[in-house]
Design a binder for this molecule. Structure first.
Ligand SMILES: Cc1cc2nc3c(=O)[nH]c(=O)nc-3n(C[C@H](O)[C@H](O)[C@H](O)COP(=O)(O)O)c2cc1C
Length: 197
């Protein structure tokens, strides 16, 4: 069995002047150092993600869910992923609408796969956003990873594309170790036993 896992790092914010790509790029460097992953950064700003969903539900439609053409690359990256890191800011004590829209346009792509979170924001470091995302991904039969990173007051604590906190790479490694473990366990399970939903 191939022992590297396809990791998709999702940039959750699409705002002009956003900070998300800086965080995603740092996370990708940590994942490269880790060595257990093939890494793709998927930027939601590159996809067409309308707020209006089709009439039919993605659960019932399966592969024939009518997605916009400019969402195809996003969908195939999610489809092929063994693991996800969601990079999210906090907007009004939750996560951005862009992220919710991208999540809701998909279903089977998340199922029985592990999801870790890296957040940033003001005082709470994006933790409100992550708590909400954990609920959402449970509904999608994904497995959320306990360890993650939260960067409070990122505008003061990051410099030259990296956090000033010397402990941050160690926290990233712990998160990625857990993510790799779950990625291996869940891929083996998906390949050997049909998921019961
Ligand atoms: C609409 C909006 C709501 C926000 N609400 C919060 C919030 O509730 N808590 C917080 O810590 N930061 C909040 N912020 C600040 C963001 O965390 C900060 O602007 C961050 O840079 C946003 O991520 P982005 O640059 O990737 O878009 C908010 C920002 C926006 C644009």
């Amino acid at each position: 069995m191939n022992d590297t896992h396809k990791l998709v790092i999702i940039v959750g914010s699409v705002r002009e002047g956003r900070f998300g790509p800086v965080v995603a790029s740092w996370v990708a460097d940590r994942a490269r150092e880790h060595g257990g992953f093939d890494i793709d950064i998927v930027d939601l700003a590159d996809a067409d993600i309308p707020l209006a969903l089709p009439e039919v539900s993605p659960v019932l439609a399966g592969d024939s869910y009518p997605r916009p053409e400019a969402m195809a690359s996003l969908t195939s990256h999610l489809e092929e992923a063994d693991a996800f890191v969601v990079v999210t800011p906090e907007y009004n004590h939750s996560y951005p609408a862009s992220l919710k829209a991208a999540i809701d346009w998909h279903f089977s792509q998340w199922k029985a796969k592990p999801v870790a979170f890296v957040s940033y924001g003001g005082a709470a470091g994006g933790r409100h956003a992550v708590l909400h995302l954990e609920n959402v991904f449970t509904e999608l039969h994904a497995v959320t990873i306990r360890d993650g990173l939260a960067f409070p007051y990122y505008y003061r604590s990051w410099e030259d594309g990296r956090p000033q906190d010397q402990e941050a790479p160690g926290y990233a490694k712990a998160m990625l170790d857990q993510l790799a473990w779950w990625a291996a366990a869940l891929r083996a399970a998906r390949e050997s036993i049909p998921y019961p939903a």
